[in-house]
Design a protein around this ligand. Structure first.
Ligand code: PEP
Length: 250
């Protein structure tokens, strides 16, 4: 069965609640595409107003982060059950910005993946190499390490339902996109790894996105590749151009 494409915006630390509602309004008609799953991963404070603003549309609400405990004395944190109750269906885990600035390591990320599933939220698990690692030709070795650690103890059925985002760090927010062949090569490598860790059915089912300066101009080519099942989009998800990415096939 063909995998359904999934186009997710990562708003990062942008959009006040009122700006968020205005953006949903601007994008409303532009992101209609029955053949594609559309997700807005938004800052925690925007989740409730965005869930309200996209109600009845084809847009799913995603979060950008949560803490691994369900409740308790963790001042300032938000739990996965809280996200779920607010209407969140997807959550980004392992984004390179959280790995780098907030020192989230693979052991912690593995706990987050399991906690997201426990709460009934679909993880969008990010992985990707630095420019230095690409130049040293260790891209796939590095990504294999990340995915094996992040998915330790995660079942085949869970993997079938999740999303993995290949995001070369050198392409995030830089305007430098991986070529479609480079992106396809790594996305295929990830699918082969999932087949090795689980089985062919699981590898066939898991959706793998590319992320890194995807925009209206390069989306169609990237998304034409057989192992690229969607995109995780930062900068361009905050503009009307996001609608063109979602409608890359029109
Ligand atoms: C991202 O942050 O996940 C991302 C891909 O950002 P950008 O599209 O801006 O490169």
């Amino acid at each position: 069965m063909a995998r359904r494409k999934i186009i997710a915006g990562n708003w990062k630390m942008n959009m006040t609640p009122s700006e968020a509602v205005a953006l949903c309004d601007t994008l409303k008609d532009l992101v209609k595409n029955d053949e594609v799953d559309v997700v807005y991963c938004v800052p925690a404070i925007d989740i409730v107003p965005v869930a309200q603003a996209v109600k009845g549309s084809n847009v799913h609400v995603g979060a950008e982060n949560f803490y691994i405990e369900d409740k308790g004395a963790y001042t300032g944190e938000i739990s996965a059950p809280m996200l779920k109750d607010a209407g969140v269906e997807f959550v980004i885990i392992g984004h390179s910005e959280r790995r780098e600035y907030f020192k989230e390591d693979d052991c912690f990320l593995n706990k987050k993946v399991k906690k997201a599933f426990e709460a009934g939220i679909t993880p969008i698990l990010c992985c990707g190499e630095s420019l230095e690692q690409r130049e040293m030709d260790v891209t796939m070795d590095w990504i294999r390490l990340q995915i094996k650690s992040d998915l330790a103890g995660v079942t085949a059925d869970q993997v079938k339902s999740m999303v993995i985002a290949y995001e070369p760090i050198w392409a995030i927010g830089t305007g430098k996109t991986a070529t479609s062949d480079q992106a396809q090569e790594v996305c295929k490598g990830i699918r082969d790894l999932i087949a090795e860790m689980y089985d062919a059915d699981t590898a066939e089912a898991v959706r793998i996105q590319y992320g890194g300066s995807m925009n209206a101009g390069n989306a169609a080519e990237l998304l034409s590749k057989p192992d690229i099942d969607g995109g995780l989009i930062g900068g361009a998800s905050l503009k009307p151009d996001f609608g063109k990415i979602v409608n890359y096939n029109k």
